[in-house]
Design a protein around this ligand. Sequence first.
Ligand code: M6R
Length: 616
Amino acid sequence: MCGIVGYVGEQQARDVVIEGLRRLEYRGYDSAGIALIGTADGVLSTDKRAGKLTNLEKAIEEHPLPPATTGIGHTRWATHGAPNDVNAHPHLGAHGRVAVVHNGIIENFARLRDELERAGHELLSETDTEITAHLLETEVESGHDLTTAMQRTCRRLEGAFTLVAIDAEDPSRVVAARRNSPLVVGIGEGENFIGSDVAAFIEHTREALELGQDQVVTITREGVAVTDFDGNEAEGRRYHVDWDLAAAEKGGFDWFMRKEIFEQPRAIADALLGRHDEDGQLQLDEVRISDGELRDIDKIIIVGCGTANYAGLVAKYAIEHWTRIPCEVELAHEFRYRDPILTRNTLVVAISQSGETADTLMAIRHAVTQRAKVLAICNTNGSTIPRESDAVIYTHAGPEIGVASTKGFLTQLIACYLLGLYLAQVRGNKYGDEIAALVRELAQMPDKVQAVLDQAETIYGLAERFQDARSVLFLGRHAGFPVALEGALKLKELAYIHAEGFAAGELKHGPIALIEEGLPVFCVVPPRGRDQLHDKMISAIQEVRARGALTIVLAEEDDPEVAPYADVLIGLPTVPTLLQPVVATVPLQLFACELATRMGHDVDQPRNLAKSVTVE
Ligand code: M6R
């Protein structure tokens, strides 16, 4: 939610900042802005525009900014105040000396605004950010350097924030601070960078520094210094980013989302890499919870939001079946408010692609206060959720830039399966050869997903056929139910049409009233191995078809029983029931991506959304 960039070095800061914003635009696209300290005159110049980054770029082309080697930039997902030019970041102090960009929400801003106004400050915007520019500027004007000013200001702020600031009278430094909001430093030679995530500077350096909570970082050409909010020296964790610029570009695809859908076989293979030995026994080195403690776990609660929550729903079926540990799945934002029963034998599993989702972060913090063990399933190295967890399974999907999660979801499923099997192995719920057999099935997933991708043209044809649909339903049972939910979510967020996923058994309890002539209904049929489920799903398909629905059936490719009831049949490779979501989700991703493209929507940046939701 909001992308922020900072740069100091020898290059033209304008180019570095704009390029960084382009790579962070998926985090918010309500407005974009830049502030630079002119090399020749030390004057602060800014430009900021409502709408996407291209508006800012056009403005800068028409009214070029002076050459500068120090600058900051911002791409906004609006919280306080409408997405217009005035509310766009950067914001300036009262005398235009300090410029600030911000991600997060400053909860005590009304009080601070009041105080500033009573002291004679005129605030121009409706944002919570502008007060920080005024506070910082007051501090530097009273003689503090920008680093000290930032420490002093942060001590007064409540809420979640990443702030990045420059002071026109000190072009040698860019200063940033973080609390509950993402911030990484890119370490270069003779130049250094700040970004909401490493995509901001990946074309310049793959060396990064992860900051801790309540820290202030100062970057200059020569180096990087970290302190806490009280000014005590502190340390960040340095790491090498294991993906490169190519991974952050579209590579010939029209959308990042489409590229990421097609990357899934590789992403799954990476998620599995090094996680088992030749005999199919699992090795999850990052799970630093002892075997004894894992054996004592008597309840699992999985928390996440959106797509991550649906990965958790699939995980519940697998983990309970393989381990016999009771497993609950809860939306992260609901979790702590119901006062959940947690003990030191509860394992809370937090699923988050970004590792920064505020709702999920708050959920694990609650779990930590209750002494539960917390394990993160996460895609983003250096992010907050894994850092605050006892253990982590990284999904290794590589950067996911399309706002709609695709490879993030499939690799979350893989990580959940690995976790379930690992627990079964440690606790002795399954024989070694049973685990090895399932690991062999997982190892075949990249090829099986590829086989589904090979049918992309057929699915695109479906999108053409249904491009005028105003409502689409998705039905599934058992592990196919979360697939239905995920299919519906993809369509809502990309095509902006009514889409709902139902457990097929629930149809007759109400939703069947929605069925009318010609309504497209996607039906996920479990593999034949699970006879009861399979047959019951076929009954549900017959029920909706009898009422005029057009059925698009996803079933095992050689399943002879479904064909008579399918208006369109999409063949899925044969897989065990619990693993079917991995292959069954892919046609739904392709359908949503293609339908939204045909409708003329921005697939990578759907309206009102942001990739990583860092506010509660
Ligand atoms: O980064 P996270 O996995 O924590 O994000 C959770 C949700 O915000 C995310 O999955 C969202 O639902 C996606 N836009 C779905 O495509």
